[in-house]
Design a protein. Structure first.
Ligand code: AFP
Length: 359
C-alpha cells in the first residue's frame, strides 16, 4: 500500500481527463490551493512554538477580531494562488474587497473564494480548525474582474473543498463527481486518497447547534430540537446526541464521516443578520460538498445552492447534513409558515409574529 495510494495531483488529472469542462489549468489551480493548505497546516501544528497564537490586533470586514493565524492563513492563500496564471481574482472572508491578481502576473478565467481559517476561536485552545474554498468561473472580463462576477449561486461552483487541521490534516474535495477525502502524509508532504466517494448516512442520531442561542430561534428549529431532546419517550422514539465544536469545518467533517445534522439557523439575535454564516465562504461550498455526498443543504426554506448572493459577505441561515433530518426541518419550516405546525411548549415560541418572515 506504501506506493499504491493516489495522491491529489493524480486524482485531479484523472478527473480533468474524465470531464473536459474542467478546462486547462484547473488541476494546477487546485494544486496551488493544496499548497496553501499545507502551509497553513504547518503553521497550525507548530502553534505556540511558531509564535502564531493570539490576536492580530486588527478587525476584519465583519468587525470580528482577527487572530494572527487568520491573517497568516489569508496571506498563504494569496501568496500561493496569485502567481500561477489560473485566476482572475480572489475573495476572502478576511478581506473587505475582492483581490484582483496583481498586475505583472498572468491571469486565468477562474475565481477563488475562501475562508482561510474557519473556527478561529479554537486556535488558541488547540482544537480543530479548517480552511474552506470554492472555485467559480469568471463570467466577465478577466482583465477587469468585479464583485458582480463573484455573485453566483452555489450551483455554478466548479469545485469546492475544505482542509481540516485536526489530529490528522485532511483535504475534502468535490469537483462535481462525488466527495473524496485525502490525508496529509507529513513524511512525503502529499495528500493521499484515503476516503474515496464519501456518502452521508441518510438517518442520524446526532445534531449540532449552539443551544445558547435557543431563545432567538424560530419555532420550527425549536420544535426539532425539543423532539431530539425528548429522546426515546418523545415524538422521535430514539435518543439523540448533541455535538458543538464551534468550527463548521469540523462539524461538516463529522457529518460526512458518520451522519448528523448541523444548524446555524435564522434567529432574532441581530435583526440585521439573517444568519451567522457567510453564504459564499462557508454555506455554498459546504452545501456543494454535502449534496455531492448525498445529503441536503437548506436555509430551512430555500436550497442553499440556489441562492444568488447580493453581496460578497452576505450571511444566511444554514441547515445541512443527513437528508432525512434536513427534509424534516424543511417540513417543519413549511408547516410553521402555513400555520399548520403543532403548538409549542414555550409561550415565547407560540408567538408567531416574533419570527414571521422569509429567509
Ligand atoms: P470564525 O471562523 O469567525 O471563528 O467563525 C466560525 C463559525 O463561523 C463557524 O465555523 C461555526 O459554526 C460558528 O462560527 C461558531 O459560532 P459560535 O460557537 O460562536 O456560535
Amino acid at each position: 500500500m506504501l506506493f499504491g495510494r493516489t495522491n491529489v495531483n493524480k486524482f485531479l488529472v484523472e478527473e480533468q481527463r474524465r470531464n473536459p469542462a474542467l478546462a486547462g489549468d484547473f488541476s494546477m489551480l487546485v494544486s496551488d490551493i493544496v499548497r496553501s493548505c499545507k502551509a497553513i497546516s504547518h503553521g497550525v501544528s507548530r502553534g505556540a512554538l511558531a509564535g502564531v497564537l493570539g490576536d492580530a490586533g486588527s478587525d476584519n470586514v465583519q468587525g470580528e477580531a482577527q487572530k494572527k493565524l487568520d491573517v497568516l492563513a489569508n496571506d498563504a492563500f494569496l501568496h500561493h494562488c496569485e502567481w500561477g496564471g489560473h485566476l482572475a481574482a480572489m475573495a476572502s472572508e478576511e478581506m473587505d474587497d475582492i483581490y484582483p491578481i496583481p498586475a505583472g502576473n498572468p491571469r486565468g478565467d477562474y475565481l477563488l473564494v475562501f475562508d482561510p481559517l474557519d473556527g478561529s476561536s479554537n486556535i488558541d485552545v488547540n482544537l480543530s480548525v479548517g480552511s474552506i474554498f470554492s472555485i467559480l468561473r469568471c463570467p466577465g472580463d478577466i482583465a477587469k474582474p468585479t464583485v458582480e462576477d463573484f455573485l453566483q449561486p452555489g450551483t455554478q461552483q466548479v469545485a469546492a473543498g475544505y482542509a481540516i487541521y485536526g489530529p490528522a490534516t485532511m483535504l475534502v474535495l468535490t469537483v462535481g463527481n462525488g466527495v473524496h477525502g485525502f490525508t496529509l502524509d507529513d513524511e512525503i508532504g502529499e495528500f493521499l486518497l484515503t476516503h474515496p466517494d464519501l456518502k452521508i448516512a441518510p438517518e442520524t442520531k446526532e445534531f449540532a447547534i449552539n443551544t445558547s442561542n435557543e431563545r432567538f430561534w424560530e419555532p420550527p428549529v425549536r420544535r426539532y430540537v425539543e423532539e431530539c431532546l425528548a429522546g426515546k419517550t418523545g415524538e422521535r422514539g430514539k435518543d439523540f446526541n448533541m455535538r458543538w465544536i464551534a468550527s463548521m469545518v469540523a462539524e461538516v467533517h463529522r457529518i460526512l464521516m458518520r451522519g448528523g445534522v448541523f444548524m446555524y439557523p435564522r434567529d432574532s439575535k441581530d435583526p440585521s443578520k439573517p444568519g451567522r454564516l457567510r453564504l459564499m465562504y462557508e454555506a455554498s461550498p459546504m452545501a456543494m460538498i454535502i449534496e455531492q455526498a448525498g445529503g441536503r443543504a437548506s436555509t430551512g426554506r430555500t436550497d442553499l445552492l440556489k441562492i444568488k448572493p447580493d453581496a460578497l459577505h452576505q450571511r444566511v441561515p444554514v441547515i445541512l447534513g443527513s437528508r432525512s433530518e434536513v427534509e424534516r426541518l424543511i417540513r417543519y419550516h413549511d408547516e410553521y409558515d402555513r400555520g399548520e405546525d403543532k403548538p409549542f411548549t414555550s409561550p415565547l415560541f407560540a408567538e408567531r409574529s416574533l419570527f414571521a418572515g422569509g429567509d
